[in-house]
Design a binder for this molecule. Structure first.
Ligand code: ATP
Length: 309
């Protein structure tokens, strides 16, 4: 598997990730997450109903689907922020179903979380320190061995400053996080997630609210995570980004996985267009995602043209 930039500067995609025909639930050569029979209901609504899903290790996987498909709910379940009605899953071969979020994070699976109002009132550096693992529940040990904790705190601060420099936020370390632009917030969210030295990074709509000036920088940071050996799983509506950086795409609709494959295969799959056009047919949530459908069709068309040359 290689992840360096290709001759034309485009990222080189990881291939050979699956075993057999790409279809919902297809087995992966080296899965980092394996989920079985996950169901999450809210009253009478089934938000997630995933029979089998494997996320490939060391690759970038995009989770896409129309509004209300269950993507965020699945993210919340896998990261321990919510509990399913049914289902089991493993991370790195260990069962983590029902394990609370802070323990999941300590095992190396982290997600970005949004800069809420409360976090906005902390400085950028304090936000980073919050992302370090092993910080909660050790107050007794902290009181008994202050010298040890001072050392750990110094190490945490050093790592935070290194990461802030890497994300070009070091000049803002003492600013309130609320003063950052939309794109800088996304960078801070990603940098904060890296404080715990994760093996799997889960990003919820990394491009939402980011102005074009910071888009490339965010993409590069995500590609770098893969280069450094991390696995990335992200939810995103921007199809151009999905095609550009994802090695593998999982499509959800109405709680289920309806398609899986590399971005080219998925964009050419009629089931994917149907999922977007068919969304909301029984709900009054407004227009289906026609912009996304247009983007998918354009990209599928480009792919067909490319394959003729
Ligand atoms: N806490 C909750 N209580 C009740 N219903 C919920 C709750 N969370 C999610 N839902 C419902 O579950 C379904 C799936 O929602 P979810 O947010 O997971 O979809 P999504 O694919 O992430 O959508 P979007 O792309 O719009 O963020 C939706 O119908 C939503 O209204």
């Amino acid at each position: 598997m290689s992840s360096s930039a290709g001759a034309n500067g485009a990222p080189v995609k990881s291939t050979g990730l699956h075993v057999g025909e790409p279809a919902p639930g297809v087995k992966k050569v080296d899965p980092i997450i394996v989920a079985d029979g996950i169901k999450r209901q809210f009253g009478g609504l089934t938000a997630v109903d995933v029979e089998h899903l494997e996320i490939p290790r060391g690759a970038i996987t995009a989770l896409i689907g129309p509004n209300g498909a269950g993507k965020t709910t699945l993210f919340n379940l896998l990261t321990g922020f919510d509990k399913p009605n049914e289902g089991t899953w493993t991370f790195d071969g260990q069962s983590i179903s029902g394990v609370p979020a802070f323990r999941v994070a300590r095992k190396g699976q982290v997600r970005t979380f949004q800069l809420t109002k409360a976090l906005g009132l902390l400085t950028v550096l304090d936000n980073m320190k919050l992302g370090a693992k092993g910080q909660s529940g050790e107050s007794l040990a902290r009181a008994l061995f202050p010298w040890f904790w001072r050392k750990e705190e110094e190490a945490i601060e050093e790592r935070a400053l290194d990461l802030l420099a890497r994300f070009k936020l070091d000049g803002k370390k003492d600013d309130y996080a609320a003063s950052l632009s939309g794109g800088q917030r996304k960078l801070l969210e990603m940098a904060r997630a890296l404080m715990s030295e994760p093996t799997l990074v889960m990003l919820d709509e990394p491009m939402a609210g980011v102005n074009p000036a910071l888009t490339q920088s965010l993409l590069d940071h995500i590609l770098n995570l893969k280069k450094e050996g991390m696995t990335v799983l992200f939810v995103e509506h921007d199809m151009h980004m999905v095609r550009h950086i994802a090695d593998w795409v999982v499509v959800m609709a109405e709680g289920r996985v309806v398609a899986e494959g590399d971005p080219h295969e998925v964009m050419a799959n009629p089931a994917v267009i149907d999922a977007y056009l068919g969304s909301h047919h029984d709900q009054d949530l407004g227009e289906p995602d026609t912009d996304v459908v247009t983007a998918i069709k354009e990209l599928a068309h480009d792919d067909a043209d490319e394959s003729k040359h």
